[in-house]
Design a protein around this ligand. Structure first.
Ligand code: GLN
Length: 498
């Protein structure tokens, strides 16, 4: 049962083959069996999840109409607040904090009857590409436990690949939904900026952050997308327009006559050979399914990474100022006559990890008077140029595509002390965030040289998220025919799995 898709689990509940309580218990058992090795979860809410499941079962048996994902379990990235449940954002500074309210995403999940199993591990404040920056130790990739599961949302994606949950929530500031999806062989979608409310999402870089669905199939991601999306008066950047019809698109998977633009700059030197070959094969499959493949050029993408690493740290230096030892989480050194300033200093010294400190310093510097125009100001201009590149490219293609990441999952520790090497993992995902458009990653096979999953990225214009789902579903169907069974059925078994 736990290897099925969320959609199939839901159908099994409708038919009365399984209750939500049983399904939830099966996942809790699975977590007990494998999570010591995977470490996808920071907190498992056993009682809360079972209570939610029983409530859905009761509603269903009393004939109440429930939504399509009612009773299906889900793993929640620990950057999303949930009332009363420990929420750390992977940071020591928030240890012990229990939020007094639900984020909008959590409220919507609860209303839809989705069962929240617990909180997943992540890079501290979502800064990283490997989940090694978590203050609580790394998550391990279920394909190979010596490798990273991607980041920052490595816990969410690993929980899917390890069959600990069929659905998860991620957040994507520069790639943190798509890159972990790519290296774990799962699906991850960053919706159009403003498509999903950021209320109750602990802020890293407010103009880039966006929550989205993580799943094992394109249809499951679409079902979850429709549950969490929509306008929210609590978020001033939330878009007040109908949610794109992503479920309909995922079900039809029709790409006939669609123009698919291959971004020249995101598929060349620096991309692993096996990543490129699987990507090229996928293009052929899409052409066979009736799409027209064209090449597009986005010359300013070359500067996206550099501009991102000025904008994101600048915004983070402002957002993280709220962790002042007075309002949330831990407090260090307040004995005797310590000043508020020294308590703040000591708390931040102990509470923030190295990467977070690096970014606060970088961002503060980039925003300081005298340097503001040269750094932050220039980065914002580059952002405009990237948006213009997208606008031009979308004039000749309905969607754009590229490999999601330059390489497959690397070894834990391999890049941990080399920030620049770490930043390069997001070279293909960052432009999407800079422009506020949508991006999806879905698995397109295993790289021949290492047998690890490769991700295929699809990008669509703002509020045209359904196009990614049409193309994703078409590619997924074509690949399934070729493989005979889903990619994750080829995952080496974890101890304790049955
Ligand atoms: N890896 C990128 C960073 O470290 C993106 C992270 C994210 O999307 N949250 O900033």
């Amino acid at each position: 049962m736990i290897t099925r898709s969320a959609h199939e689990m839901s159908a099994a509940m409708v038919k009365g083959e399984v209750t939500s309580e049983q399904l939830t218990q099966l996942h809790l058992n699975r977590i007990s069996a494998v999570d010591q090795q995977v470490h996808a979860f920071l907190h498992v809410d056993t009682e809360g999840a079972l209570a939610q499941a029983r409530a859905v079962d009761a509603a269903r048996s009393s004939g109440e109409k429930v939504g399509p994902l009612a009773g299906v379990p889900l793993a929640l990235k620990d950057v999303m607040v949930q009332k009363g449940i420990p929420t750390t954002a992977g940071s020591k500074i928030l240890e012990g904090w229990r939020p007094p309210y639900d984020s909008t995403v959590v409220s919507k999940l609860k209303t839809a009857g989705v069962v929240i199993l617990g909180k997943t591990n992540m890079d501290e404040f979502a800064m990283g590409s490997s989940t090694e920056n978590s203050a609580y130790g790394p998550t391990h990739n279920p394909w190979d436990l010596t490798r990273i599961p991607g980041g920052s949302g490595g816990g969410s994606s690993a929980s899917l690949a390890a069959f600990e949950a069929p659905l998860a929530i991620g957040t994507d500031t520069g790639g943190s939904i798509r890159q972990p999806a790519a290296v774990t062989g799962t699906v991850g979608v960053k919706p159009t900026y403003g498509g999903v409310s950021r209320y109750g999402l602990i802020a890293f870089s407010s103009s880039l952050d966006q929550a989205g669905p993580c799943a094992r199939t394109v249809l499951d991601a679409a079902l979850l997308h429709e549950v969490i999306a929509g306008h929210d008066a609590h978020d001033a950047t939330s878009i007040n327009a109908p949610v794109p019809e992503v479920v309909k698109a995922a079900r039809s998977g029709d790409v006939k006559g669609m123009k698919i633009g291959v971004v020249k700059e995101l598929n060349g030197d620096g991309y692993q050979a096996g990543v490129r070959s699987r990507f090229e094969e996928s293009l052929e499959l899409l052409a066979k399914a009736g799409a027209e493949i064209v090449e597009v050029s986005c010359p300013n993408f070359e500067y996206a990474l550099a501009a991102y690493y000025l904008i994101a740290p600048s915004e983070c230096s402002s957002n993280l100022a709220r962790f002042d030892a007075m309002r949330y989480g831990i407090r260090v050194g307040d004995e005797g006559a310590a000043s508020a300033e020294s308590v703040m200093n000591l708390t931040r010294e102990v509470g923030f990890g190295r990467e977070v400190k690096r970014r606060i310093i970088l961002g503060t510097y980039a925003l300081s008077s005298g340097y503001f125009d040269a750094y932050y100001g220039s980065a914002q201009k580059v952002r405009t140029l990237i948006m213009q590149d997208f606008t031009k490219a979308f004039a000749s293609a309905d969607v754009l595509v590229s490999p999601t990441c330059p390489t497959t999952a690397f070894k834990i520790g391999e890049k941990a002390n080399d920030p620049l090497a770490m930043y390069l993992n997001d070279i293909a995902t960052i432009p999407v965030n800079m422009a506020g458009i949508g991006g999806m990653s879905l698995p397109c096979g295993l790289a021949p040289e290492d047998g690890l999953p490769v991700g295929f990225q699809i990008m669509a214009p703002a509020m045209q998220d359904q196009r990614m789902y049409s193309v994703g579903a078409a590619l997924e169907a074509a690949l399934l025919t070729q493989w005979g069974s889903p990619l994750l059925s080829k995952i080496p078994a974890l101890a304790g799995s049955k």
